[in-house]
Design a protein around this ligand. Structure first.
Ligand SMILES: CC(=O)N[C@H]1[C@@H](OP(=O)(O)OP(=O)(O)OC[C@H]2O[C@@H](n3ccc(=O)[nH]c3=O)[C@H](O)[C@@H]2O)O[C@H](CO)[C@@H](O)[C@@H]1O
Ligand SMILES: C=C(OP(=O)(O)O)C(=O)O
Length: 438
C-alpha cells in the first residue's frame, strides 16, 4: 500500500469504531511470556506494527507464536527459547522501544542477551541509562557494542533496592520483568504506575509472581524460582481512544469509541470537558462529540500517570486550534514533542513554542534549550497542505488536521501511523472520511 494519503477534509467524522488492546501493554505482555515455563495466551491484541515487531523478535528467540488476527488472540510458547543470531536481531535495530525489555527474561533463561539499538518516536533524546543502572544493580554485566548492547549474568540475578530519579514507564517495566525471577526481595521507589504497568503486574501475578504496589510509588517484588504461562485479556488502548476523541472535537463530529473505558482516562476526560467537548460513558465504550458551540481555551501540563498523558497531547493540540482564546500546553515528559506543530502552522494554526515552562510548574526541561511549551491561539480555520508525518502521534494529529481542513491535503509517510493505530484507514472510512490511499 502507498505511504501517501490524499485527504479531502472539511467534514465532521461521525459514527462508531472499536479500539482493541493497548500498544503500550500488549508488547510488554508478549515479552513477559518469555518468563513462563509453559505457553501463554493473550487476547484483545490489535493488528499494529509494534506487535509484529515483537512477534518477530520472539520468534528469532525460538518462541512459537500462533495468532488469530480476527479474534485478536496470540498464543506464545517459549518452551524452546534459545539465543538468537545477532545478525537477525540487528535487523530490528531502530524498530521500537521494546527490545530493551527482553534483558531480564533472557538473562534468567539464557544468561545472556543482545539488544539492538532502540527505535520509537523521536520526541526527545530517550536515553536508556535508568534501564542499564537497574540491570547492573541486579548483577548483570553490560557491554556496549556498535549496534546495541550485549548483556550477561555471570550468576543468578539478585534482588535489590532502587530509586528511580524519574518515574519512567520503561524502566519500571524493566525492573518488574527482571525482579520477578531474581533471588530475594526487590524494592523500587519512584515507580511509574501507568495503567499499562498495572496490567503487566496482573499478568506477572497470574504467572506466579509476588508483587505489591503502595500508593507512594513503591513497588516490592519477592523473587520466585518458577513462573507459568498466563491467559489474559489486554486493557484497551486509552491513547487511541483519546486520539479519536480529539478527532471528533477538531472536525466538529461525533465518534462512539467502542471498547474505551473510563477508569484509565479520567485525566483526559476532565480536560476534554474543560475544553467544552461532550462525552457519554456507556456500557460498551465512550461517545465523544463536539457540543455545537464554541470550545474553550485551557492551560494544560502533560505528566506521568495519574496526570494528563504525553501521548494524548499531540492530537488534542489540533482540537485546541479550534478553541476560542489562548491555550497553553506545557510538555513535561519529553523535551522535543512539539515538532509536529510546524506543519499545523503551515495549515493556518497560530501556535508559538517556548523554551520556558509555561504551564505553572517548573519541569526538568526549563532553562534549557528545549521548546517544550506551546501557546495556541484560536479558533483558526485550517487549510489543506502537503504534510510529512514525523512520528506516530504527530502523524495522527496531522491526519486530524487534514480531515478538519477544507480542501485536499497530501499526507506522506502515513505508514508510521500503522505502528500504533489498528486499521486506521478502515476506521476513517467508517466515520465518513473522504480520502484516497493508493
Ligand atoms: C512503548 C511504550 O510503552 N512507550 C511509552 C512509554 O515510553 P518509555 O517507556 O520509553 O518512556 P519513559 O517513561 O521511560 O520516559 C519518560 C522520560 O524519562 C526519560 N528516561 C527514560 C528512561 C531512561 O533510562 N532515562 C531517561 O531519562 C525519557 O527520556 C523521558 O523523558 O512511556 C511514555 C510515557 O508515558 C509514553 O509516551 C510512551 O508511549
Ligand atoms: C511515544 C510513543 O511510543 P513509543 O514509546 O513506542 O515510541 C507513543 O505511543 O506515543
Amino acid at each position: 500500500m502507498s505511504d501517501v494519503m490524499h485527504v479531502h477534509g472539511g467534514a465532521p467524522l461521525t459514527g462508531a469504531i472499536t479500539v482493541r488492546g493497548a500498544k503500550n501493554f500488549v508488547s510488554k505482555a508478549m515479552v513477559a511470556s518469555l518468563l513462563g515455563e509453559g505457553p501463554s495466551e493473550l487476547r484483545n491484541v490489535p493488528g499494529i506494527r509494534d506487535v509484529e515487531i515483537v512477534r518477530d523478535l520472539l520468534e528469532l528467540h525460538g518462541v512459537r507464536v500462533d495468532r488469530d488476527d480476527r479474534a485478536g488472540v496470540l498464543r506464545l510458547d517459549p518452551t524452546d527459547v534459545e539465543s538468537a543470531h545477532v545478525a537477525d536481531i540487528d535487523a530490528h535495530a531502530g524498530s521500537s522501544r521494546i527490545p530493551i525489555l527482553f534483558c531480564g527474561p533472557l538473562l534468567h533463561r539464557l544468561g545472556e542477551a543482545f539488544i539492538p539499538d532502540l527505535g520509537g518516536c523521536r520526541i526527545g533524546d530517550r536515553p536508556i541509562n535508568f534501564h542499564l543502572d537497574i540491570l547492573r544493580q541486579f548483577g548483570a554485566v553490560v557491554d556496549k557494542r556498535e549496534n546495541g548492547i550485549h548483556i550477561t549474568a555471570p550468576r543468578r540475578l539478585q534482588g535489590t533496592k532502587i530509586a528511580l530519579p524519574y518515574p519512567s514507564v520503561g524502566a519500571t517495566e524493566q525492573l518488574l520483568l527482571t525482579a520477578v525471577r531474581a533471588e530475594g526481595l526487590t524494592e523500587l521507589a519512584g515507580a511509574a504506575i501507568e495503567p499499562e504497568i498495572m496490567d503487566l503486574i496482573n499478568v506477572l501475578q497470574k504467572m506466579g509472581a509476588i508483587i505489591s504496589v503502595d500508593t507512594d510509588r513503591v513497588i516490592r517484588i519477592e523473587g520466585v524460582d518458577r513462573l507459568e504461562g498466563y491467559r489474559h485479556t489486554s486493557l484497551p488502548d486509552r491513547i487511541e481512544a483519546a486520539s479519536w476523541a480529539s478527532a471528533a472535537l477538531a472536525t466538529g463530529g461525533d465518534i462512539d469509541v467502542l471498547g474505551a473505558r473510563q477508569p484509565e482516562m479520567t485525566a483526559f476526560l476532565n480536560t476534554f470537558r474543560k475544553v467544552g467537548g461532550g462525552f457519554e460513558v456507556h456500557d460498551d465504550g465512550i461517545r465523544f462529540f463536539h457540543p455545537g458551540h464554541e470550545l474553550s481555551s485551557i492551560v494544560l501540563e502533560t505528566d506521568v500517570h495519574p496526570g494528563f498523558m504525553t501521548d494524548w497531547q499531540q492530537p488534542l493540540v489540533v482540537a485546541l486550534t479550534q478553541a476560542t482564546g489562548l491555550s497553553i500546553v506545557h510538555e513535561t515528559v519529553y523535551e522535543n514533542r512539539f515538532g509536529f506543530t510546524d506543519a499545523l502552522r503551515g495549515m493556518g494554526a497560530t501556535i508559538q513554542v517556548y523554551r520556558e515552562c509555561l504551564g505553572g510548574h517548573p519541569c526538568r526541561f526549563g532553562q534549557r534549550n528545549f521548546y517544550h511549551s506551546a501557546v495556541i491561539s484560536g479558533p483558526t480555520p485550517l487549510i489543506a497542505a502537503d504534510i510529512e508525518v514525523p512520528d506516530l502521534r504527530g502523524g495522527f494529529s496531522h491526519l486530524i488536521a487534514a480531515l478538519a481542513a477544507k480542501g485536499t491535503s497530501r499526507v506522506a509517510g502515513i505508514g508510521l501511523i500503522d505502528r500504533g493505530y489498528e486499521n486506521f484507514t478502515d476506521k476513517l472510512a467508517a466515520l465518513g472520511a473522504d480520502f484516497d490511499r493508493d
